[in-house]
Design a protein around this ligand. Sequence first.
Ligand code: ZN
Length: 561
Amino acid sequence: MKFSEMKYQRPNLQAVTQKYEGITRQFPGCSNAAKQYDLILQHEAMMSHFQSMGTIAYIRNSVDTTDPFYEKEMAFFDANNPAFEDLVQKFYRVVLNSKFRTELEQRTGSLFFQNIEISLRSFSPAVIDLKKRENALVTEYEKLLASAKIELGGKILNLSEIQKDQISPDRQTRKDAWEKTAGFFLDNSQKLDEIYEELVQNRTAQAKILGYKNYVQLGYDRLGRNCYGPEEVKKFRDQVAVDLVPAVAEMKKGQAKRLGLPGLKFYDNNSLFPDGNPAPKGDRQTLVEQAQKMYREMSPFTGEFFDFMVKNELFDLESKKGKAGGGYCTEIPDFESPFIFSNFNGTAGDVEVLTHEAGHAFASYVARKFPLLELRTPTMDAAETHSMSMELFSRRWDPLFFEDETEKFYRYQLENAVGFIPYGCLVDEFQTAMYENPSLTPDERKQTWKNLEKKYRPWIDFDHMPFFENGGGYQRQHHIYSFPLYYIDYCLAQTTALEFWLASEQNWQNAFSRYLAFVKAGGSKTYKELVKASGLSYPMENGCIKRLSDRLSAWFQSHSK
Ligand code: ZN
């Protein structure tokens, strides 16, 4: 069904509540597992419908933020999501205590129960007020950043508009852009300190109420992490610091050489080429047609998937007036349909939408028939592996998009991918330290960031830019405020995606079929199980990053220009 034909109707919350209360009451008294499983399926249908309506409203609201109808519907979901969540949690509680758990696990798998257990222990009505305050603080932070009006070259820019100038091929322009950006943060430094201070204290208080030592494990639980803890992540970061950072530093030397500079200043770090980044050729229509050709050639599964997306108009790609910013992929379970939203702007990012977001969409299409919604999507580390690997598996078809700039794009893509990992670890180690030591002062927090910069990005020279030089850089990283402890997922996913890419360099077909198996498992396995079943090395285990780093260095050496 075409997206435009999908019928939206506001859920009847009263009816939903009655039904949930009914199945929650009935569940413990069922005389066998089959009857309980039937109630679980009733819950699935209700959750699927509620989510589908919420998602349709969300998409239509972001496609046209001026439409008053969907604005009202979004307000309905914002106001009522917590009540719906509460109904689901109460149902989960009786499921978890099922006297037929062993029999049920034969149908649902044990991970279903393990995931429910994690979600229940990380929440209690006793933290509702703190959670509300936490949400308000996050909104305040996002609003403060969105309010930025930075004057540059006679134009007034916001923080996302200025990004283009931050990577300008003209060095003075990018230096100015970063200086002005730093100026905005410096002006708001005290407010940003205060918001973060209260967020750390708030999250720590929630952890204490729920019986955790500090926020770290609570943060992991809220992300649904089901196969590793902070100790394993530390092992991963240590490998990155020891085995990958020197290779990235070497790569950065090559970048400086390309730019004709003796060394990289902070504002040069994201400028990979003297003449700017590679850009795709052709408009939206052309790019989508090329993507369709690519997915059809890639495999019958990807071809079927992309044809389905095109036929049902499950995209909204171009920027237009009234449309929300950014990009995302989501899914509408009742219609077994993914949906991709973006704002094409003529950069390489447009192709990344058609590979990265389409990688997410492909995974959701593949898992659409799983009877249990809870097992369709894995944890974020694995879900980002779906998308980041697709970006790299599609390298064979990059000439369709980049033509004579293909070689340049190859380098651009890999240098970005590899260069990101140390930065992601910096963000993660910083956040972990903040929640392990919640009583640090704002200056001590900045000092921590500054020290970690030296550990993970020793090649960066801040050129005496006060805000960055003094360790304020963490305040521009949204995730640190808005999505606590979420970020290392990108590093793990990037590592696994690079492993898939290296395997594909040796035997594309074989690597792709392993990737397909990874995707087809949906969320029925943990990230660790998925990686191991694919025959790749697990990032937390010693040696993984060293091997990866050696092979990447060899690639960069053989492609050095
Ligand atoms: Zn993604």
